[in-house]
Design a protein around this ligand. Structure first.
Ligand SMILES: Nc1ncnc2c1ncn2[C@@H]1O[C@H](COP(=O)(O)OP(=O)(O)O)[C@@H](O)[C@H]1O
Ligand SMILES: [Mg+2]
Length: 336
């Protein structure tokens, strides 16, 4: 191996924290020059990084300097950063995609059902919409959208082709969990799944909205979302029950701490319409409590009900709940 190859190999393990990939994985080392003066060598580098903020630059710079100066004994290092070309990534600058994250404090409140029906409603209004099922460890979008689990396919650039249900392109961990598959998926799969959803999926060029089904609560994925799409606006889902709303407040506050714009609260399983009566089976006030605490509004109350069409969870326009989601979608279009 020549000297440049040695340097490249040594630096390939350096992590770019803005995309959670090593410089080797993102093929980020663009140029290696060696300047020699009085037997002392300075290394000149051009390095691609995911986000050109000072923090990322500092971190990458420090890791590189440690390897080159301390481990390899070079006298100095000069680094130029340039944007990592995210070829065809939906995160490319210039794409005006609007992201709507659907979050909840706890599981089972209907977060994924709301996310899926919201996407379908946006499509019915005529918007180009996609879904990212970011509930990596508890993904349910494929079931909710009546999908069969089939193998992922890639195009000639090794980009994953999104799956389609109810006319909506989407991506979910569900499709990648079989042992013998994922051709192009390297490393610890689940941990890197989210990055793949953003960087390695061949989304249509004209997508306007992406609905992100977030995991319940706040955790690493929420942090990653903040890194990848800081502009993601949030819808908080709760049920009317005080215990659900208590936790939803926490999730909402966390989202606010992370500086996401909160669009409002959806109170799901809000009531049951039965024989002309409205029954508050799961209690009352959860949505209002959450909205008050987050200084926002309850933007929709979705009753308890199952689709009559035979779909798993998607409501038709002939059903009252289907119409409710259309109202929600219309409101969100104005607020995002
Ligand atoms: N409005 C509703 N009425 C009746 N059942 C609902 C309603 N919303 C969701 N469900 C059901 O509740 C369960 C949990 O919903 P899901 O969307 O998977 O929740 P989460 O994503 O918050 O875990 C599912 O079985 C779903 O069909
Ligand atoms: Mg879910």
């Amino acid at each position: 191996m020549n000297e440049r190859d040695n340097i490249k190999k040594a630096l390939s393990e350096v992590l770019d924290p803005s995309i959670d990939k090593t410089l080797g994985e993102s093929d980020a080392i663009r140029y290696i020059g060696i300047e020699e003066e009085d037997d002392k060598k300075t290394i000149i580098l051009i390095v691609g990084i995911g986000q050109e903020d000072d923090k990322t630059k500092q971190k990458v710079k420090r890791s590189i300097a440690k390897i080159l100066k301390i481990d390899m004994g070079y006298m100095g290092v000069k680094i130029e950063f340039e944007p990592l070309k995210k070829k065809d990534s939906i995160l490319d600058e210039g794409k005006k995609i609007k992201y709507i994250g659907v979050a909840s404090g706890k599981g089972g409140v209907g977060k994924s059902t709301v996310a899926a029906n919201l996407a379908v409603a946006l499509k019915r209004i005529g918007k180009k919409v996609g879904i990212i099922d970011a509930d990596i460890y508890g993904s349910s979008i494929p079931t909710i959208m009546d999908m069969e689990i089939t193998s992922p396919k890639a195009d000639e650039d090794e980009k994953i082709i999104p799956f389609v249900a109810h006319g909506i392109p989407l991506i979910s961990t569900e499709f990648f969990l079989k042992k013998d598959q994922p051709l192009m998926w390297r490393g610890p799969m689940l941990g890197k799944m989210l990055n793949h959803f953003f960087y390695d999926v061949k989304w249509d060029d004209d997508i306007e909205y992406i609905i992100v089904d977030l995991p319940p609560g706040t955790g690493d994925v929420a942090m990653d979302i903040q890194k990848l799409i800081p502009e993601c606006a949030m819808v908080i889902v709760t049920t009317p029950h005080p215990s659900a709303s208590h936790i939803a407040v926490k999730a909402g506050f966390a989202a606010r701490q992370l500086e996401h714009n909160i669009l409002g609260v959806v109170e799901n399983m809000s009531y049951l319409s039965h024989a002309g009566e409205t029954l508050n089976i799961f209690g009352e006030g959860g949505g209002d409590t959450v909205a008050d605490r987050l200084n926002t509004d309850v933007i929709s109350r979705i009753p308890i009900g199952q689709p009559k069409s035979g779909h798993h969870s998607i409501f038709d326009m002939s059903e009252e709940i289907g119409v409710s989601y259309l109202g929600l979608a219309n409101q969100l279009i104005q607020d995002v």
